[in-house]
Design a protein around this ligand. Structure first.
Ligand SMILES: NC(=O)c1ccc[n+]([C@@H]2O[C@H](COP(=O)([O-])OP(=O)(O)OC[C@H]3O[C@@H](n4cnc5c(N)ncnc54)[C@H](OP(=O)(O)O)[C@@H]3O)[C@@H](O)[C@H]2O)c1
Length: 352
């Protein structure tokens, strides 16, 4: 358990300068209910890019290993639900914010946040989805819980070329919806169609208007941008439609009026993936592995990198030079030997 492993560590020096790099860390004994995971993949999300470049206050303490996602195989467990060799994933739950996260060969976490890899997903697919796919699924679930059905009209997705946006398009399409992609980058039109977009709106050709109510066009929307775009959505969603508010890639403010709410009955639904309760997580990961699993998952991979490329790739992501998902490859997957159940590899509860 205590043998060393590689991780990307962000630390502060005596002059208060913050920097990050790949470092060898020592393993530690497991506390009660903890699980140690040999990670195979992580992914780079918008929040991770803010953490790596220090452009957002994401890391709550230093030194810390960033990375809000991880998928791999259980190395040892003091949570009786897991056995060595089990394939698992973790997203959010304070990873890469309050506790060491997924940009590491090893992840040690409380078992309460660990999800057994559902049948139908590989470790790689779990991280193509990652927090981005999970958030898109949570958004779709919230829209459906608020009575959205495919026959009500098109669903608009903003930030379409990004991780959450692309996965929202793919999930909606798989679930039978007509999807309109809203993008600032015309050059990604073919990619967006491959994911399932029926119509593409290029931002600079869309007048946002200023009236409290504009023509109602969308049965619902999944918004990753915030700011003016989200305000425009409140003015253009159809009566009784909903907007799932996920992100702030274009701004954290929202200036609108009460008119869409009191004259059209629209709903603004929050999506917070990091602290989503475990029972919802389990249901949504099952859906992502089965009925909502996009057929085009691999086409969402914009780039696969190693730990050493994290910082430069984070800069590229924030500068809008990437599209789709960035996978972080940490090791080769080593499944349990054929014919042996994962649990046969060792004790259910392995002491450190
Ligand atoms: N609430 C949650 O639980 C949760 C979970 C995951 C992510 N998020 C948030 O969701 C947002 C998207 O995350 P992501 O991982 O998908 O990021 P991403 O991969 O970088 O995608 C963001 C997309 O937004 C558009 N965009 C970026 N900067 C913009 C700007 N300044 N103005 C207008 N459009 C811009 C771009 O798409 P186009 O070029 O196609 O327009 C870009 O591809 C972030 O704010 C992130 O923090 C929230």
């Amino acid at each position: 358990m205590n043998d060393p492993y590689l991780a990307y560590l962000v630390a502060q020096d005596e002059q208060q300068r913050i920097s990050g790099g790949v470092t060898r860390l020592a393993g530690r004994p497991l506390a009660a209910d903890e699980v140690a995971i040999d990670l195979v993949y992580s992914s780079l999300n918008y929040k991770d890019a803010l953490a790596l470049t220090q452009r957002g206050k994401i890391l709550r303490r230093l030194p810390l290993v960033p990375g809000i996602d991880g998928a791999g195989r259980v190395r040892a467990s003091r949570d009786s639900r897991f056995r060595p060799g089990d394939a698992v994933l973790v997203t959010g739950c304070g990873l890469g914010e309050e506790r060491d996260g997924g940009f590491s060969e090893r992840l040690t976490v409380a078992g309460a946040g660990v999800i057994p890899l559902p049948p139908g997903l590989s470790l790689r697919e779990a991280m193509i989805l990652g927090t981005a796919g999970f958030s898109a699924a949570l958004a779709l679930q919230r829209l459906q819980d608020n009575h959205l059905r495919p026959d009500q009209g098109p669903v608009l997705v903003t930030g379409a070329s990004g991780g959450v946006g692309g996965l929202a398009i793919a999930l909606l399409k798989r679930a039978g919806y007509r999807v309109t992609a809203f993008t600032h980058r015309r050059q990604h039109a073919d990619y967006l169609r491959t994911l399932g977009a029926d119509e593409i709106l290029v931002a600079d050709a869309v007048p946002l208007g200023t009236r409290p109510l504009e023509s109602a066009r969308w049965a619902a929307a999944i918004d990753t941008l915030g700011g003016e775009t989200l305000a425009w959505l409140t003015r253009t969603v159809m009566p009784w439609g909903s907007i799932a508010c996920i992100g702030l890639a274009a701004g954290s403010e929202l200036h609108t009026t009460v008119m869409p709410f009191i004259l059209r009955g629209i709903s603004l639904l929050g999506v917070s993936s990091a602290n989503c309760p475990l029972p919802w997580r389990q249901v949504l990961w099952q859906r992502l592995a089965q009925e909502w699993k996009p057929p085009s998952l691999e086409s969402l991979v914009g780039k696969t990198i190693g730990l050493e490329s994290l910082f430069a790739t984070a800069e590229d992501l924030l500068a809008g030079r990437l599209h789709g998902r960035v996978l972080v490859r940490l090791a080769a997957d080593q499944p349990p030997p054929a014919g042996r159940a994962a649990g046969d590899l060792g004790d259910a509860i392995q002491s450190p």
